[in-house]
Design a protein around this ligand. Structure first.
Ligand SMILES: Nc1ncnc2c1ncn2[C@@H]1O[C@H](COP(=O)(O)OP(=O)(O)OP(=O)(O)O)[C@@H](O)[C@H]1O
Ligand SMILES: [Mg+2]
Length: 313
């Protein structure tokens, strides 16, 4: 495998338990170099736990993670990966510039401090003491610290929490400008709009596994479709494998729920080919689809929910 074609992150079969909590349950993830990927999911979905394993801050109970073909710690010691975490890691009594200088001193080679401050949009406040910086400015400072080693992979765990709308927009503009140069970015967020606006690819995580994976357009397409529900006799269930245009098929008792972009084709098939009855058709909105895919009470999804197949083609 050539270095350029090696994935930035390759994780297979990850599991992590905290006592009784099974936080990550068989998660697979491959992120190619240069991708900007959003990890989207509700509280407790396992995003931070997964990120910690990618960063080598914790070890998986099962499964493997490699970062540019190395162990997470190996990749970090080579300066190939850096992270912006939500809190911590700043000294209050020194200035913004001093903070970045200190950080730079930890690496054999690093970017010039003022260049990094400029890219993070905080060159103007370089002489301000950290304790005087707003929450958004401190987040940019963490971003600047992450840029010092010029990492190939940047990981951001909910980096804009607590920022106002303008701060959020500016922060993402800085990240985007940086990603254009080929940096790989993985960020965790609760916000569908943030994922949609800034990621090339969205990975929906629920209860420790990936429930959908695709471009923002594919995820929105999934969301913009319709849901068809019907009662289907058990003996007809295998006919559902032939359903046209089905994004997902899920069973709950006697009812089957089909997500589709072509509800006409699904209804026609159900009525002509099976003894389906009590057919209902409802349209999804983006928020509903997100909740349906990530909500705690969501029905179990069949494997074709994930858009992996579509991505591969
Ligand atoms: N150190 C820990 N000890 C015990 N339980 C933990 C620990 N870390 C995480 N968990 C549990 O694991 C599950 C996943 O947590 P995680 O922080 O990965 O979720 P998340 O997707 O990052 O959520 P959020 O969006 O709220 O940040 C949660 O149920 C959480 O309570
Ligand atoms: Mg988290």
């Amino acid at each position: 495998m050539t270095v350029a074609s090696m994935p930035a992150v390759h994780a297979t079969g990850l599991h992590k338990r905290f006592g009784k909590v099974h936080a990550v349950r068989g998660l697979d993830l491959t992120v190619q170099q240069g991708e900007v990927v959003a990890f989207l999911g509700p509280n407790g979905a396992g995003k931070t736990t997964t990120i910690d394993m990618i960063l080598g801050l914790s070890a998986p109970d099962q499964g493997t993670v490699s970062v540019y073909g190395h162990t997470p710690r190996g990749a970090i010691s080579r300066g190939q990966v850096a992270a912006v975490m939500q809190t911590g890691g700043l000294l209050r009594d020194i200035t913004v510039r001093e903070t970045v200088q200190l950080n730079a001193a930890m690496f054999d080679s690093s970017r010039p401090v003022d260049e990094v401050l400029d890219r993070a949009g905080i060159l103007e406040i370089a002489d301000r003491r950290v304790e005087k910086c707003s929450g958004g400015q401190q987040q940019r400072l963490r971003f600047a610290m992450a840029l010092v080693s010029d990492p190939g992979l940047l990981i951001l765990d909910e980096p804009t929490t607590g920022m106002d709308v303008a701060g959020r927009r500016d922060f993402w503009a800085a990240i985007r400008a940086d990603a254009v140069r080929g940096r790989t970015v993985i960020f965790a967020t609760h916000y569908l709009e943030e994922a949609d606006a800034y990621a090339d690819r969205i990975i929906l995580v629920r209860q420790g596994t990936v429930v959908a994976d695709g471009t923002a357009a594919q995820i929105k397409n999934l969301a913009s479709g319709r849901t068809v529900k019907a009662s289907v006799p058990v003996e007809d269930r295998e006919l559902l494998a032939g359903l046209p245009s089905a994004d997902s098929v899920a069973f709950e008792g006697a009812r089957v729920t089909v997500r589709t972009r072509d509800s006409d084709a699904v209804v026609r098939y159900l009525l002509n080919r099976t003894d389906a009855h009590d057919v209902e058709v409802a349209s999804n909105n983006l928020e509903e689809a997100f909740l349906a895919l990530t909500g705690e009470d969501a029905a179990p999804q069949t494997s074709d929910t994930a858009l992996e197949g579509e991505r591969a083609s």
